[in-house]
Design a protein around this ligand. Sequence first.
Ligand code: SF4
Ligand code: FES
Length: 369
Amino acid sequence: MSETSPGLPIGILAELTHRCTLQCGYCSNPLELLKADRELGTQAWTSILEQAADLGILQVHLSGGEPTLRRDLPELVSVLAARGVYSNLITAGVGVDARMVASLKAAGLDHVQISFQGARAETTELIGRLKGAHERKLAAARAVREAGLPLTVNAPIHRRNIDEVELFIELALALGAERLEIANVQYYGWALLNRAALMPSREAVERQIGVVEAARASLRGVLAIDFVASDYYARYPKACMGGWARDAFMITPDGTAMPCHGAASIPHLTFDNAARTPLADIWARSPAFEAYRGTAWMKEPCRSCERREIDFGGCRCQAMMLAGDAAATDPACSLSPLHGRISGLAEDEARGAPAPIRYRRIGAATEPA
Ligand code: SF4
Ligand code: FES
C-alpha cells in the first residue's frame, strides 16, 4: 500500500487503437501491437468515458495508434463534451480532412495535437514511412485552424531530425499553432528497439536546448514551446506521467488500465481491465497503481533525496529496463550508480553510423534485424 491515499485523477490517455497509418520507429505503443479485433467497442469506451467524468477527470487525450481510424471517434468525443470533459485529439494527421475536422468539432472536440516526424517532407516520409505524409499533415493542420480549433504541433526529436528544431519552430508559427512540443524521444518500447538508430549526440542535444531557450524568450506570448528533455543526457529524470498513478493514467485499446505506457514491461505487475472493473476501483485499489504510488516504495538514493516529490524517482519502466529493478532510481538520474553507464552507452551509440530503423508494424519486433 502507498503511504498516502490517492487524490483524484485529472487526466486519462485513452489509446483507442494500435492501428496506424504510419510506422514510426519510436512509437510509444508496446512491441506487441493489438489487432483491431482486440479493441473495445463503442459501448465499452462510452461507459469508461462516462465513468471518467463521474470520477472528476478533467481531460481525456484520445490517442492511438491513429485514433481517427475509429469510425466512432465523433461519438466518443460527444460523450466527453456532454459531460464537460476537455477532449484532446492526438493524431498523426494523415487521414484528417476538413470534413472530419468539422464533424469532430460539431461533436465538441476541444483541441487537436498533430505530430510531425520532420519539419521537412523528406524527414517525415523517412521516419513515418509514408509517401506524401507531410503534405497531408499540413492540410490537416490548416483544416484544424480554419475550423477555429486550437492546435499543438508535436515534434518527437531524435538523431535524424534534431537539426530541424529551428524549422519545427517556423513550421508551428506558419501553421498558426498555439503550442509546439519539442519532445526528445523516450527510449522504451519501439524507441528502445531503435535506440542505436535514434540516439542523438550530447552536442546536438545541447545545441537544441540553446535553440529552444532562445525561441521561448523571443516568442513569448506568440507560441508556447514545451520541451521534454533527452533522458540519457539529463542531470535529473522527468517525473514520468507526473508521478506513478498520481493524477493521470492510461487505458490501452483492449481496456487494460495502466499507470503509464511502459508498465506492462514490469513483470510482477497485474492490471485491471476498465471494461470489467469500475474505473473508481481501479484508481483507488488496482495493485499495479498502488505498487509505486507515493514515495514509500523508494530505495536510496531516492528515499532521502530532496527531489523525491518533484520527479518521484523518474521512470519505473526505465529503471526496470536499465537497472533490472522497477524500484531502483531511474538511471537517467545523475545520482543513480548506473548513470555513467547509460550516458556512456548513449554517447557510444550516437558516435557510430546510425543503425537502420526497425519500423513499427505487427510482427516487426520479432523479425531478425
Ligand atoms: Fe529524483 Fe531519485 Fe534522482 Fe533524487 S535520487 S533526483 S528522487 S531520481
Ligand atoms: Fe512507465 Fe515511465 S513509462 S513509469
